[in-house]
Design a protein around this ligand. Structure first.
Ligand code: SF4
Length: 381
């Protein structure tokens, strides 16, 4: 019995983490949240959380909710043992209408499944000890939009309800820091428009593959007239439609955008650009901060074990292109920054929490829009 009891305890790790400048201010909005993460998300929990929560002493009403909330998976594993069973309106049975969590309210934060305690936080303890919050949470984007200043980082000491990850070799840790610091430098060079910076990061990260010294060629950057608006509005909506098929959560927003594009004409593009600027000001600033926070959160360009740097660089370009499409068309009939936050947090739900990065690069390769010239022409839109 003793060993079973200890293995059901939530592991804890204490240490110093590098965090973005907004991290200390992050607090869940609870009932104020417009798009709660307790609604509509596929959530699985590990075996230790499942038996720990079922072992809690709770009143009958909460017991009933817990018994309805979790179902053991057909092929359970220690890490993915049970799944959350949503109510008819796609909500968590333990989530109250006032936005609060009944388990949290009655038994405290420590009683929650680890995923609920942590989301939207991403805690990393392999290449480096880092923590940030996902752009799929509207609070993250709201905090990023509090200031136009470039994202900065600081260190904080904290205890997290997770075991330490497997540590990677020191040389790899050093390469990780060297590469990411250079990426941040390129990304925050506001003397260039953001699309050129994304292209510069794409070129530089891709060059890491060849291990040869990177030579900045401004051939593309100097030629800003190469934007290909028609190709952009030809291929990106197709990818959006495919993504909707894989991600039901994207359907309402995606459908609205595809409907808008039904009677799209080239003039609309300029109108959409102007309107986006009217509502959010210099969108390059918010895109830069959203993208950079996402790259930090995802551990770019080390996020996929089996992907090459060139592939990760192509996924970055794809991320920017989808953000651009969603913002330009999605904001067409919207008037507020709250609309902008809601639209962008929805698309980041797909970018961060699905195999989006793999799918977008396979798509760009499939439509043969993966050469530097064609990518630059799309980025310039
Ligand atoms: S999406 Fe963010 S703010 Fe909203 S309920 Fe979840 S953690 Fe809280």
């Amino acid at each position: 019995m003793a060993s079973t009891k200890s293995s059901m305890q939530t592991p804890k790790t204490t240490g110093t983490f590098v965090v973005p400048d907004y991290y200390r201010q992050f607090q869940c909005k609870g009932g104020e949240c417009r798009d709660s993460c307790c609604v509509g998300w596929t959530v699985t929990i590990p075996v230790r959380d499942y038996f720990r929560i079922h072992g809690l002493e709770v009143d009958k009403q909460l017991r009933d909710r817990i018994d309805r909330a979790f179902r053991v998976l057909p092929n359970p594993t220690p890490d993915r043992y049970a799944e959350l069973v949503h109510t008819y309106d796609n909500d968590c049975p333990i989530h109250l209408k006032n936005g609060a969590c009944q388990l949290h309210a009655k038994k405290g934060e420590e009683a929650l499944p680890t995923i609920c305690r942590l989301y939207p936080r991403g805690i990393r303890m392999d290449y480096a000890w880092e923590a940030s919050t996902a752009n799929s949470c509207e609070k993250t984007l709201e905090l990023l939009m509090l200031s136009p200043d470039p994202l900065t980082f600081e260190t904080i000491k904290m205890t997290v309800p997770l075991p330490q990850d497997q540590v990677v070799p020191i040389e790899t840790q050093e390469e990780y820091h060297r590469i990411r610091n250079h990426v941040w430098m390129l990304f925050q060079n506001r003397s260039m428009p953001l699309f050129q910076r994304v292209f510069r990061v794409y070129q530089w990260v891709s060059s890491l593959e060849e291990k040869n010294s990177f030579v900045e060629d401004d051939e593309f950057l100097s030629n800003t007239e190469t934007k290909n608006v028609d190709l952009f509005f030809e291929i990106m909506p197709v990818f959006l439609r495919e993504s909707m098929g894989r991600n039901p959560g994207l359907v309402p927003l995606g459908t609205a955008i595809l409907d808008q594009l039904e009677e799209f004409c080239a003039n609309d593009y300029l109108e959409m650009k102007e309107h986006l600027a009217e509502v959010v000001g210099d969108s390059d600033i918010w895109f830069e901060k959203f993208l950079m926070n996402n790259l930090f959160f995802r551990q770019f360009p080390f996020q996929e074990k089996n992907a090459t740097f060139t592939e990760e660089a192509l996924s970055l370009v794809g991320t920017y292109l989808l953000m651009r499409l969603i913002a330009l068309v999605g904001m067409k009939n919207k008037q507020t920054t709250i609309d902008f936050v809601d639209i962008m947090s929805k698309v980041f739900g797909v970018i961060v929490h699905t195999r989006f990065e793999r799918n977008i690069r396979l798509y760009l390769q499939h439509v043969e829009v993966d050469s530097p010239a064609s990518l630059f022409a799309l980025l310039a839109v």
